[in-house]
Design a protein around this ligand. Structure first.
Ligand code: ADP
Ligand code: MG
Length: 292
C-alpha cells in the first residue's frame, strides 16, 4: 500500500475507535488466517464474582471466606479481588497473613495463625500433594458451568472450595461469528482449567482452545501456530498477554486492558469491543485494495 493509503486507513480507524500504531499492521492484517483470543478480560468481562463456597471439613463457609480473603488481599489477580470484595460485603475482618507467596499460574500460599494455607487450582494442589478425593466431582461440576473453582488447603488438608464466575461480554458471541464468517480460524487461550475453558468457548462458539497455559507460555502457543505457517493475530488485555501480542503478526490490545498489553500491541481497540477486530480486518482489506 502507498503511504497515502496507509494514512487514510489509519485515519478511518481512528474515527472508528481503532488505534493503528503501525502502518505495517494495517498491511498485514488482511492476510491473517488465525485469530488467537485470550479468555479472561478479552472474551469475558475480566471482573469475576465469587459465586460458591463449599466446605469440606471442620471450617464453615465464613471461616473459609475469611482465610481466603486475608491472603488474597495481598494478590493482584482479578480472582483475588472477587474474594476480598465478597468478604468485605459480609463485614468479615481480615486476619494477619505472613510469608505470602504468589505461585504464578497456580495460586498463592501464606501462613495464618501458624497454619500453612494454599489457594489455587488443581495443579497447585498436586504440587503440594494435597488429596482431593471426592471434591473433584464438585469442582468439575462448577467448571462445567463455566465457573473457575479453586481449592483451599489448611495445613495440607483440603478444607474448602471457592468458585468465581467471570461472565462473557455480550458482544463476544457476535464478534466471533463475524471472524468465522471472514474465514478465520479462531483459537482461545487461557490459564484457566480445561473444563471451564471448554464451557466458556462453547458459550461463544469457539471449538478450538488451549487451556492451562502458564503465563510465560502464551507466547509459545502463538509461535507454534506461526511455525505451522499461519499468519497469526493475537488479541489480549493482560500483562500475561504482552509477549504473545509482541510476537504475533498483528497484536491487538483491548483498550481497557493493562498498559503493558497496549504498549506491546500494533492495534488498540479503544472501545474495548471485540467486534472491532473484524472491522479492523475489513479496513486492512480496503486499504490494500484501494491502491493496487
Ligand atoms: P488466567 O488469568 O488466564 O486465568 P492465570 O495464569 O493468571 O490465568 O491463572 C491461572 C489459574 O491459577 C487461575 O484460573 C486460578 O485457578 C489460579 N490462580 C491464579 N492466581 C490465583 C489467586 N490469586 N488465587 C487463587 N487462584 C489463583
Ligand atoms: Mg486476559
Amino acid at each position: 500500500a502507498t503511504p497515502t493509503a496507509i494514512m487514510v486507513g489509519t485515519g478511518k480507524g481512528a474515527e472508528l475507535g481503532i488505534l493503528i500504531k503501525s502502518g505495517e499492521a494495517l498491511e498485514v492484517f488482511h492476510k491473517t488466517n488465525v485469530v488467537v483470543l485470550d479468555k479472561t478480560g478479552t472474551i469475558t468481562k475480566g471482573v469475576p464474582e465469587l459465586t460458591d463456597i463449599v466446605t469440606t471439613n471442620i471450617y464453615d463457609e465464613m471461616q473459609i471466606l475469611q482465610i481466603a480473603a486475608s491472603i488474597e488481599a495481598k494478590s493482584e489477580h482479578p480472582i483475588a479481588k472477587a474474594i476480598v470484595d465478597k468478604a468485605s460485603q459480609k463485614g468479615i475482618k481480615l486476619k494477619e497473613t505472613t510469608a505470602f507467596k504468589n505461585v504464578v499460574g497456580h495460586g498463592i500460599e501464606a501462613i495464618i495463625d501458624e497454619k500453612t494455607i494454599l489457594i489455587g487450582n488443581k495443579r497447585l494442589m498436586e504440587k503440594y500433594e494435597i488429596k482431593l478425593g471426592q471434591t473433584l466431582k464438585i469442582t468439575d461440576e462448577l467448571a462445567s458451568a463455566g465457573k473457575t473453582p479453586m481449592y483451599l488447603a489448611i495445613d495440607k488438608t483440603l478444607s474448602g472450595i471457592i468458585a468465581v464466575s467471570d461472565p462473557i461480554k455480550p458482544s463476544s458471541v457476535n464478534a466471533i461469528k463475524q471472524l468465522k464468517a471472514q474465514g478465520l480460524r479462531v483459537v482461545m487461550l487461557t490459564g484457566d482449567n480445561e473444563i471451564t475453558a471448554k464451557a466458556i468457548s462453547n458459550q461463544v462458539g469457539i471449538t478450538e482452545y488451549v487451556a492451562e497455559v502458564l503465563p510465560e507460555d502464551k507466547k509459545d502457543e502463538v509461535e507454534k501456530l506461526q511455525i505451522e505457517g499461519n499468519i497469526v493475530a493475537m488479541v489480549g488485555d493482560g500483562i500475561n498477554d504482552a509477549p504473545a501480542l509482541a510476537i504475533a503478526d498483528v497484536g491487538v490490545a483491548i483498550g481497557s486492558g493493562t498498559d503493558v498489553a497496549i504498549e506491546s500491541a500494533d492495534i488498540v481497540l479503544m472501545k474495548s469491543d471485540l467486534n472491532d477486530v473484524a472491522l479492523a480486518i475489513d479496513l486492512s482489506n480496503k486499504t490494500i485494495k484501494n491502491i493496487k
